[in-house]
Design a protein around this ligand. Structure first.
Ligand SMILES: Cc1ncc(COP(=O)(O)O)c(C=O)c1O
Length: 384
């Protein structure tokens, strides 16, 4: 018999008190008549830069445009850019929209991310201009600092796709401050939201200046006026979203702490069951966006079978990261694949599940999720 009220995979974490503050902000924005590039945007950008620990933060209307803008600022047109095949469509699309040539890189089964050796191999095969690395599920790869050092030695840029990694950190600093620039998304399901929105973080004044121009129809560093110096676009965040961003950012650490606690409870139980997942204990903070659980190779059931069984057992499994690697997406068929394919991603992307982890979950909810996994998998033995 199905368990009542299965734990949901998403939670919009905006309290009644915060809703009041949002209503006040909406009123104030509408009264002022300043709907874009006003004081709310300035406040959100300053607070975000301070939080991440970069000199600059430039808000935009999505994570996808944040990536495209950084790539345009780095001048990728006609140049090769390494990208994990295990990422959201947006990471690869942004490279193509900026005129670059994506070079797909495989992943390890332990991290669901590439290694520095895979990056070096891609560069040795044919020189790269740089790389976009994705902090998948909020995890920063254990060798990410080495990958950044490798890029610096080789004269390559390194961009962090931090769409999942608000609040994640290593001993080197916060996600978004670990390489040349970071791109965040505030899409509704992310760790914090502005409804839609994105942010570019960087210490590089040239990237920040170019970003301010490109997001605003290429009007240079001037906010208004009719002189266009770059081929930009309408990629601005609006003032109401920026106001929501300020309110969400104030409690980001609390939301992250709750997600980490929930993730830790679930993972401790998975460990006892003998299931394998992508670890986060090498990090100093983990956004808890997704816990990536590997489906044991000995289990003949498909991910869809297992999702249905988990739902019956009390946990609704949301989207994975990602069930189809990008190099197999029809829209990217024309992008050249490396010789030999990308076998680890092809094997493991369809064989993982992401249990519900939200800042709305109690410890009891986390135990219910673990109970559901226990009911579905039983004890599967170590090393799965
Ligand atoms: C890894 C990754 N990069 C980029 C994006 C794009 O962000 P947005 O939806 O805000 O454009 C997303 C998700 O939505 C994502 O998951």
């Amino acid at each position: 018999m199905a368990v009542d009220n299965p734990v949901p995979p998403f939670y919009l974490d905006i309290t009644a008190e915060e809703r009041e503050k949002i209503h006040e902000a909406v009123e104030s924005v509408l009264t002022s008549g300043r709907l874009i590039l006003g004081p709310q945007t300035d406040a959100f950008e300053s607070a975000f830069a301070e939080y991440v620990g970069t000199t600059h933060a430039v808000s935009v209307n999505s994570g996808t445009s944040a990536l495209e803008i950084i790539l345009r600022a780095k001048g990728v047109e006609g140049r090769r850019v390494a990208v994990p095949t295990n990422t959201n469509f947006a990471t690869v699309a942004a490279i193509l929209h900026a005129g670059g040539q994506p070079v797909f890189v495989d992943m390890t089964e332990a991290t669901f991310m590439p290694t520095v050796a895979m990056l070096a191999q891609a560069h040795e095969r044919e020189p790269l201009a740089g790389a976009v690395w994705v902090h998948i599920g909020g995890l920063v790869a254990p060798d990410f600092a080495e990958a950044v050092a490798y890029c610096r030695e080789q004269g390559l840029f390194m961009i962090e796709d931090a769409a999942h990694a608000h609040g994640s950190a290593t001993s080197h600093g916060k996600a978004g401050a670990l390489a040349d620039a970071g791109a965040f998304s505030f899409f509704p399901t992310k760790v914090m939201t502005t409804l839609e929105g994105g942010m570019i973080t960087t210490d590089d004044a040239a990237i920040a200046d170019k970003a301010r121009s490109l997001r605003n129809q290429g009007k240079g560093s001037a906010t208004f006026g009719n002189r266009h110096v770059d081929l930009g676009n309408s990629w601005r965040l609006n003032e109401i979203s920026a106001a929501i961003g300020v309110i969400q950012l104030r409690k980001l650490d609390a939301m992250v702490a709750r997600r980490t606690r929930v993730a830790s409870i679930v993972c401790e139980r998975l460990e006892r069951l003998g299931l394998g997942w992508c670890r986060f204990d090498h990090m100093t903070a983990f956004s808890g966006y997704k816990v990536i659980v590997r489906i044991p190779e000995s289990d003949a059931r498909t991910a869809d079978d297992l999702k249905a069984a988990c739902r019956e057992a009390g946990a609704i499994i949301g989207g994975g990261v990602y069930d189809a690697p990008c190099h197999l997406q029809p829209v990217f068929e024309h992008v050249p694949h490396p010789p030999g394919g990308l076998p680890v991603a092809e094997r493991w992307c369809p064989r993982h599940l992401c249990p519900p982890i939200t800042s709305g979950m109690t410890e009891a909810d986390a135990e219910r999720v673990a109970d559901a996994f226990e009911a579905v998998f039983g004890a599967v033995g170590a090393g799965s």
